[in-house]
Design a binder for this molecule. Structure first.
Ligand SMILES: [Zn+2]
Length: 578
């Protein structure tokens, strides 16, 4: 019997409070609140005008990334608890010290500012409660300097046993790659005069339940720290697919992809996290100053099945956050399963192999050009978040005579262009983007369906505002009155379809007062119900993420919407790689 079920992803809510926060740099708490004089800061030479993306690209160096990563993995085991005062040059403590020395060096250059601190907190992980992570702060100089854009990557590594401090845990890809990226970003971004402030964090305790990021997110919430956006980077340098990889998986062994970067974020419609993810892709594909071969994939879910990372605690504490991750992964990170041969969470997560025994690595598992491209994505999306001052557009949208009509209600004099973004309600990303200097747009050519419309504003240098809310628009043909004759509820085709892991099933409720009970039945090829899911519907659009955690045994399934005991509609869905 095939098992197919809807999993409600519930993250563990920890019963203890994160406490006893402290900073080694006593000025840091004021910095985080923007409580400093801009005149006391060194003037930086790089300004975020239209040439910034080209400057960033010219300065970004795969060779620097390679040097940093080799230094990071030389600590052999960066387990969260491999951190003792008596051995300051070893383990994760040694890696932190190395990063600290680099930050000091970069801060000492003329036309560069990066302050640093160690942040310590109590959070039980393995057999230790007190932990420390390092962060660098690039102070903003504009009117929004009290708002922070966070770039983060976990510095800690692990092998098969998550508390083992003696094994070889180089963690080259997971997450030496992200940690090296943070070093390169520190080097470059500390030279730029930005409106908002940047905070670059090398977190600890990611592998033991996200303890480091959770503690800092709680600190920020407790202290009213304003965070504009969080960009988490975890596993961002590998291009090879392993035998196992957490769904949504890659195609299998000996397959490579160095062109795509995935963006995971929480929510679907009107989710600020998903809007940040979409904004990253819009910016990359529509800012004429950005010339990059990287393709960004906006993923449906907050993370891969059964996995998590340091963006999640920030989302849990009310901040807008996303995760960047390689397109292909070498392993699902579960070394306990029989026959696990992949590299993630094992002693095999090393930089590469010396095939001919000459002491030089011939085959690298981290691709530095790919890592440099992904660093560029972070640099421009973080600079955009730290720069843009456009108001988020407030819009109204409607449909008449087959047209979609959109109006921006709060035009400002900073916006030079508006990007009108339209997607079918079953699409995670926009199907149509139209640029216009007008605050009013009428477009035709859409088929009869429901669409989400949203708008963002672009300033003179190509920096873009956050995306407006999604407004639901129903396109009908000319003869139908869109209000009359509506069904109480409409079941809409899932997307993606076919799918191999997650799919989203939209259900549009037009009159909630007529609904007493609602179920979604999942049926196999023979029409037998394999899962019955009780739905809590609201009026308007409902989106159910259906998860297929086990390999299905059939190519197709059906789903039925049952309202007040009556089957309203049944649709077919296709499974990939069953
Ligand atoms: Zn990781």
């Amino acid at each position: 019997m095939t098992r197919i079920c809807l999993l409600i992803l519930v993250l563990p809510i920890l019963s203890f409070a994160q406490t006893n926060f402290s900073f080694s740099n006593s000025a840091f708490e004021k910095l985080l609140k923007g409580d400093y004089e801009v005149s006391s800061l060194e003037k930086r030479r790089v300004i975020p005008d239209a040439s910034l993306p080209t400057w960033l690209q010219s300065q970004l160096s795969p060779d620097s990334l390679s040097v940093y990563l080799q230094k990071i993995i030389a600590y052999n085991n960066r387990n969260t608890i491999n951190d003792t005062i008596t051995e300051p040059d070893k383990g994760i403590r040694g890696a932190r010290k190395m990063i600290s020395q680099y930050l000091s060096f970069w801060n000492s250059r003329s036309n560069s500012v990066i302050e640093q601190t160690e942040f310590s907190f109590d959070y039980p992980m393995c057999n230790k409660t007190r932990h420390t992570e390092i962060m660098g702060f690039v102070p903003g100089i504009g009117p929004n300097k009290n708002e922070i854009v966070i770039l983060e990557a976990h510095l800690d590594s692990r092998c098969e046993d998550r508390c083992d401090i003696l094994c070889m845990a180089e963690g080259a890809e997971d997450n030496g790659s992200g940690s090296a990226m943070m070093m390169e970003l520190s080097r470059l971004l500390s030279l730029i005069e930005l409106n908002r402030s940047l905070l670059i964090i090398w977190t600890t305790g990611e592998e033991q339940g996200l303890g480091g990021s959770r503690s800092f997110a709680v600190y920020c919430k407790n202290n009213g720290i304003k965070i504009k956006a969080v960009f988490n980077n975890d596993i961002v340098g590998g291009i090879e697919c392993g035998k196992t990889s957490s769904p949504p998986s890659c195609p299998g062994p000996f397959q490579f992809d160095s062109t795509h970067l995935r963006i995971f974020s929480s929510g679907t419609t009107n989710s600020m996290h998903k809007n940040l993810a979409r904004l990253s892709k819009v910016l990359f594909e529509n800012n004429k100053n950005i010339n990059s071969s990287v393709k960004l994939d906006v993923m449906i879910n907050e993370d891969r099945t059964g996995r998590g990372s340091d963006h999640i605690p920030f989302r849990e504490n009310g901040y807008t956050a996303l995760r960047y991750t390689s397109s292909y992964e070498h392993g699902d990170g579960n070394p306990a399963q029989a026959g696990y041969e992949d590299r993630q969470h094992s002693t095999r997560d090393v930089l590469g192999k010396d095939l001919d025994g000459d002491g030089v690595l011939d085959s690298l598992y981290v691709n530095f050009n790919y890592l440099a491209n992904n660093t560029f994505v972070n640099a421009v999306t973080a600079c955009n978040a730290a720069t843009n001052v456009n108001a988020i557009p407030q819009i109204v949208a409607s449909s008449a005579g087959g047209k979609i009509i959109i109006d921006v209600q709060n035009p400002d004099n900073i916006a030079k262009t508006y990007l009108y973004c339209i997607r079918k309600i079953t699409s995670v990303y926009y199907d149509t983007i139209i640029k216009s200097t007008d605050t009013h747009l009428e477009v035709t050519g859409f088929s009869t369906f429901q669409y989400y419309v949203s708008v963002l504003a672009e300033g003179e240098y190509g920096w873009m505002s956050m995306i407006s809310n999604d407004v639901l628009v129903r396109v009908t043909n000319k003869t139908t009155n869109p209000i009359k004759n509506l069904d109480v509820v409409e079941l809409i085709q899932n997307r993606p379809n076919p799918f191999d892991d997650f799919t989203m099933i939209p259900i549009l409720v037009n009159d909630i007062s007529k609904i007493n009970t609602a179920y979604l039945n999942i049926l196999d090829d023979n029409g037998k119900i394999v899962e019955r899911i009780q739905l809590k519907l609201i009026e308007g659009m409902n989106e159910y993420i259906l998860e297929l955690p086990y390999k299905a045994f059939s190519e197709q399934y059906y789903y039925s919407l049952v309202i007040n005991g009556k089957v309203m509609k049944t649709l077919k869905m296709q499974i990939l790689n069953y």
